[in-house]
Design a protein around this ligand. Structure first.
Ligand code: F6P
Length: 485
């Protein structure tokens, strides 16, 4: 069967677990991208999701021919996959787009990097080949994220008849950070992206950063040619690289600000399991106010400075001691990488230090949870008086949109200027410079003291903005733009 709508993403809608007796069971995949896309794709009758086998159990499922309808999992060589996912996607592209490098020592582009980059090319080509095999004539192919930046260019070579889009869920790097990449690698990256008919981002800031990168490379002659053909509004035009006999192609650069499905989220947040977790949390918190954050333990989320701000609040505003609890959920992520393990450790240590410094017999200032427990997170959302979302740089940040939709009593949102959601939510949030711990502590103080009526009004407007473009509408909008009139 050839498919008319195809999605390509590193993570699939499910992953497998392998029991000791060799039985394979399918489980729903994790992460925001997966849940948003799963909901959107469920409405497409003739769609295929191409993803990578992430674990030994996934690889075993592919080898045994176990699969679910509408999903094709690619069994990519383990070392190639590790180099591409950990070595390039998570250690180079993620750090570049989020500006995470500690510049005196990183990045280092050496022989090991080159080996990883070669694997990244192989991994992207495996996706392009699978998509080329599965797509019907003129099909729409929607490629997701920095893992697959070369897929549009590679697929265009194989199947010029397809309509191809690429959506980046992270920020796009500023020119200074993009410039750190070796010239040929940066050029290959832009070549891959500009193989798409449409390149999408969550905000116009990331779209502009992308276009600036594309044009400067062109001026210097270090990239395949791409010429700006006009800007304005939320839709822009770039020219993709020339292909044999095809001249310069047009690439639209577009903005689709992903939001949340309010009805679905509220229904999830009122399940029995969540009610039970809520009751347990209430018993721990008592009648104190709450500051809630929920993140993967991720360097870009700025969890350490968030805790420092909370400590400064307790130091400079002693009136809050004993009257507030910080519910911080920081569940594990990318623990194959030493830098993530070290970051996780520093989060744990700082939370423990704050509890030692300020805690008393009947008050624990920080309740840190390191479990990936969605029901507990939803319970914390419902209990939130203040939501703390302070990433240094973030593509969108759906937590900033989810908490106002779910909180029972309305919440004051402390929001970083570095979050993609800042553009849509800033008017009703208390906005902070993510590096300024004192500014964040002051915002927490104001948020905790915000009068209930004002908080309720702001929460209503935040929830309306957060639900403006739910995942299915976000996906449909891209699909119809890609298919054209
Ligand atoms: O923010 C980009 C993103 O790809 C999300 O879509 C996803 O939830 C997150 O990173 C998780 O990444 P990983 O698949 O490495 O756990």
């Amino acid at each position: 069967m050839a498919y008319s709508v195809l999605v390509a993403a590193n993570r699939g809608p499910l992953s497998y677990a392998l029991a000791a007796d060799g039985t394979l069971t399918a489980r729903r995949g994790g992460g925001g991208l997966v849940s948003g896309l799963s909901a959107a794709l469920a409405r497409q009758p003739d769609a295929l999701w191409v993803c990578a086998a992430l674990s030994e159990a996934d690889r075993e499922a592919v080898r045994q021919g176990v699969s679910e309808p509408g999903v094709r999992m690619l069994d990519i060589d383990e070392t190639v996959y590790d180099d591409a996912y950990n070595g390039i996607a998570n250690s180079v592209l993620w750090f570049t787009h989020h500006h995470l490098y500690d510049v005196p020592t990183a990045p280092v582009f050496d022989a090991e990097f080159r080996r990883h980059w070669d694997s990244y090319v192989v991994y992207n080509r495996a996706f392009a080949r699978a998509l080329a095999q599965e797509a019907a004539e003129g099909a729409a192919v929607l490629v997701q994220d920095y893992h697959l930046a070369l897929v549009p260019g590679e697929l265009r070579e194989l199947r010029p008849d397809l309509r191809i889009s690429h959506f980046t869920h992270t920020p796009w790097a500023s020119r200074d950070f993009l410039d750190m990449l070796p010239d040929d690698v940066r050029a290959q990256l832009m070549w891959g992206m500009l193989g798409a008919d449409v390149v999408g981002f969550h905000t116009s800031a990331w779209a502009h950063a992308f276009m600036e990168g594309a044009r400067l490379d062109d001026e210097r002659g270090t990239a395949a040619p791409c010429f700006p053909a006009g800007t304005g509004g939320e839709r822009y035009v770039e020219k993709g690289p020339a292909g044999p006999g095809r001249g310069h192609r047009r690439t639209d650069v577009a903005v689709y600000a992903l939001g949340v499905d309010g009805d679905e989220l509220r229904a999830l947040a009122h399940r029995l399991e969540v009610n039970d977790k809520l009751a347990a949390l209430r018993a721990e918190v008592g009648d104190r106010r709450t500051i809630v954050r929920v993140d993967r333990t991720e360097l870009s989320k700025n969890i350490v400075r968030g805790l420092l701000a909370y400590r400064e609040l307790l130091t400079t505003r002693p009136e809050w001691r004993g009257r507030v609890v910080h519910l911080a959920s920081a569940y594990p992520s990318r623990q194959d990488l030493e830098v993530y393990r070290a970051y996780t450790q520093s989060v744990r240590e700082l939370a423990a230090r704050i509890n030692e410094e300020f805690g008393s017999q009947d008050w624990q200032p920080v309740l840190l949870s390191v479990q990936d427990d969605f029901a507990r997170s939803l319970a914390a959302y419902r209990l939130a008086d203040v939501a703390l979302v302070n990433p240094v740089r973030d593509g969108m940040n759906l937590v900033a949109k989810e908490i106002p939709v779910v909180s029972d009593g309305g919440c004051a949102l402390v929001l970083s200027t570095g979050a993609g959601a800042y553009g849509e939510l800033r008017e009703d949030a208390l906005t902070v410079n993510p590096f300024d711990v004192s500014d964040t502590a002051q915002a927490l103080h104001e948020a905790l003291g915000m009068p209930a009526a004002e908080r309720a009004e702001r929460t209503k407007r935040l929830a309306a903005a957060a639900t403006a473009l739910p995942p299915s509408a976000w996906f449909e909008a891209q699909l119809s733009a890609l298919r054209g009139p």
